[in-house]
Design a protein around this ligand. Structure first.
Ligand code: GTP
Ligand code: MG
Length: 326
């Protein structure tokens, strides 16, 4: 950062905030809402976020660097162990931890686990009771009392990440808890991830929109080739599946399903990249990819690595031919 962009303001705050919680609690929705920009993908399916996603909020009073994290769950695959580890690491590294709770679901053992897990963190912490647009106010009272017990949390704030209700209070509370300091990133940035990763995420979001049963958990998107021209971006991506039956479902009768995914993804990408997008989707069978170290390490690096080789995907070799040309 150049000298000129540094702030001399002694009151300037800067720090990191980890958003953690169970899958589907609304972490990504909240981060996007606070940034007023779609950085993280969102879906009604649990376990949507798979890596730490960085979102940057810069204001005259300071900079908040958010870590959106994968929902914490009992991991049954290598991929899921990495997801939970990513959440743990973000929690360990952040200046402030924000626990999101889905207040529209009745409390259970998963919520108690999260409360204790976050409660033990040696940082300042806030708990947010999210989705209050779906619940009656009185029903929140016992939950607020529950989180107030033991004084583990600095604040307990009911919000709706979807409507924005209460979220201003969250930002005010964060400013209070964050340390003074220099901006961590260039205040012009809203995220640090390469476009090609965010493009892959947006494609995966469209897959999640249509996928059912096991499919959401068994798919991943790898960018095989990403070519940027002045007026067009050409994206060649593989959607990984684990079983032949899943490939069939994702392609659909006469290619209908993959075409619908491709059309929705292309529209979204054109809006995001502000250019025409040529999108080639290829459904690829990779048995047990969720245990495959090479694929997992490629997927781990993708959010931060702009120098991934053009054909980063395992299996290598020529593409199987486009079955999702749009
Ligand atoms: N009604 C309502 N729905 C919400 C709210 N916040 C999030 N949602 C919905 O809850 C679902 C999950 O939201 P996400 O933001 O993807 O949740 P997440 O915590 O990031 O989930 P993972 O990435 O799977 O851990 C989506 O369908 C959102 O639209 C809210 O305040 N009210
Ligand atoms: Mg998420």
């Amino acid at each position: 950062m150049s000298e000129e962009t540094k702030t001399e303001d002694p009151g300037y705050k800067a720090g990191t905030v980890a958003l953690v919680g169970r899958p589907n609690a609304g972490k990504s929705t909240l981060m996007n809402g606070l940034l007023a920009e779609k950085v993280a993908i969102v879906s009604a399916k649990p376990q949507t976020t798979r890596n730490r996603i960085v979102g940057i909020l810069s204001e005259p009073r300071g900079q908040i660097v958010f870590y959106d994290t994968p929902g914490v769950h009992r991991p049954q695959h290598g991929m899921n162990r990495r997801m939970v580890k990513a959440a743990q690491q973000a929690l360990n590294e952040a200046d402030v931890v924000v626990l999101l709770v889905d207040a529209a679901q009745s409390p259970g053992s998963g919520d108690r686990f999260m409360r204790d897990w976050v409660g033990q963190a040696e940082t300042r912490k806030i708990v947010l009771l999210n989705k209050i647009d779906l619940v009656s106010k009185p029903s929140l009272l016992p939950r607020i009392a529950d989180y107030a017990e033991g004084d583990a949390f600095d604040e307990i704030i009911p919000i709706s990440a979807l409507t924005g209700d209460g979220t201003e209070r969250v930002v005010d509370a964060l400013w209070k808890l964050l340390p003074e300091g220099e901006p961590i990133y260039d205040p012009e940035l809203v995220t640090i991830h390469p476009e090609r990763f965010l493009a892959a995420e947006r494609i995966r979001e469209k897959v999640l929109d249509v996928a059912r049963e096991e499919l959401p958990f068994s798919t991943a998107v790898l960018i095989d080739r990403y070519e940027e021209k002045t007026h067009v971006v050409r994206i060649y991506a593989s959607i990984l599946v684990e079983r032949p039956g899943q490939k069939k479902i994702l392609i659909g009768q006469g290619g209908r399903q993959i075409k619908a995914i491709g059309t929705a993804a292309r529209r979204d990408l054109e809006e995001y990249l502000e250019r025409k997008v040529y999108l080639d989707l290829n459904v690829r069978l990779e048995k047990n990819w969720r245990e495959n170290r090479r694929i997992l390490s490629d997927l781990d690096r993708a959010p931060f690595d702009v120098t991934l080789p053009v054909m980063s995907a395992v299996g290598g070799g020529p593409r199987q031919g486009p079955d999702g040309l749009v």
